[in-house]
Design a protein around this ligand. Structure first.
Ligand code: CUA
Length: 374
């Protein structure tokens, strides 16, 4: 009898919790309606089955409880009952899956006036590409990917020249304007996920997956990688900031275009204090390239050696030889990390495609951490 009461309370308590709980999904993008309705439909159907099964079990526990002289009847087969169960189950499953086809179709068929935003995933950072004044994204090809051209844009495509490139960190989107996301990966399968936008989609190397939505609420929302993609997976995050159209245009105009990033280096560095400038650039690179997932700056041991006090330190390598962590060694380790492994650490760091400027900035940052440590 106690078991029957527990089952009845469990069924009724679950229903009560659903209606009384204070957590509700917030509509922040145009696609929330269709997707949430599909989820609600699935929840209602599974909830009806859950409550019915629990109440049925509670009923049988009471109805067929042990009584003196009562005997069980053996009934191996009931064709009519089986047909009913198959029929009801089929209807339930079709009702849960069919609306998804319609919602998915709406999600991938974008209207004509969308702004295309390319999201590029790699271990373990997000980068973004937006069309420049011409409103068109230029061609890209894996053959063009290099340290100086991380997006692999076709240097001869006129549409690519004004493409705006954002490496790591934060993506701004205009409120109330339809956005189409084009998702690419440079290495392994990642998954672009902004929970408040409801949608998540795998990014598979070699193909472009896409969906669209219109952000309907301003605010900052976290981007997470929703596919296990290696050791730094947990650290692969970024932010989407939905702002008004003016703020968006101002931000867009302040970001580098592809043509600007292809100009010879040198002219770009004209800051008042070049060494501080370099260190802060290195800090930004360390954050956007996910370095902090494996290298601490406070001396604590993570997957890779800590950067605290690293510069100038003598390291013992896996083959027993010794090496001083100077400029040359660090550069080698950033570009070809698994050649000279420090003893006690696994050879798992992905080589970083960084320009000479980028490497210099990162080393300046590592060096700054070492100077503080002394
Ligand atoms: Cu990228 Cu997990």
């Amino acid at each position: 009898m106690a078991l029957a009461i527990v089952l009845i309370l469990l069924a009724l308590g679950s229903v009560a919790f659903h209606f009384l709980n204070p957590w509700h999904a917030t509509p922040v993008a145009s696609n929330w309606g269709g997707i949430d309705h599909t989820l609600t439909l699935t929840l209602v159907i599974t909830a009806i089955v859950f409550v019915a099964v629990n109440l049925f079990v509670a009923y049988t526990v009471i109805r067929f409880r042990h009584r003196e002289g009562a005997q069980a009847a053996y009934q191996p087969h009931d064709k009519k009952l089986e047909l009913w169960l198959i029929g009801i189950t089929s209807v339930g499953i079709v009702a849960m899956l069919a609306p998804g086809l319609r919602v998915y179709s709406q999600m991938i068929h974008a209207p004509r006036n969308v702004i295309q935003v390319e999201v590029l995933g790699q271990q373990w950072q997000w980068s973004f590409r937006l069309p420049g004044r011409d409103g068109k994204l230029g061609r890209s090809d894996i053959r063009f990917v290099s340290a100086a051209n991380p997006f692999g844009l076709d240097p001869n495509d006129p549409n690519a020249q004004d493409d705006v490139l954002i490496e790591g960190g934060e993506l701004l989107l205009p409120l109330g304007h339809p956005i189409q996301f084009l998702l690419r990966s440079k290495d392994v399968v990642h998954d672009f996920y902004v929970p408040q936008f409801r949608v998540k989609l795998d990014m598979v190397p070699g193909m472009v997956s896409r969906f669209w939505l219109t952000p309907t609420r301003s605010g900052t929302f976290e981007i997470a990688c929703a596919k296990y993609c290696g050791l730094g997976h947990y650290h692969m995050s970024g932010h989407v900031k939905v702002v008004d159209a003016v703020q968006f245009q101002t931000w867009l105009a302040s970001q580098p275009t592809f043509a600007q990033t292809q100009k010879p280096a040198g002219a770009a560095h004209r800051a008042s204090n070049p060494s501080d400038d370099l260190v802060s650039k290195g800090r930004a690179l360390a954050a956007s390239h996910g370095c902090a997932a494996c290298h601490s700056v406070d001396g604590s041991r993570l997957v890779g050696p800590s950067w605290k006090g690293l510069y100038g330190r003598t390291e013992t390598l896996s083959d027993g030889s010794k090496v001083v962590a100077d400029e040359k060694y660090l550069k080698e380790m950033i570009l070809e990390p698994n050649v000279k492994i420090v003893q006690g650490y696994p050879p798992i760091m992905p080589p970083q495609k960084l320009s000479n400027d980028g490497v210099a900035a990162l080393i300046a940052y590592i060096r700054a951490n070492s100077d503080h440590a002394k």
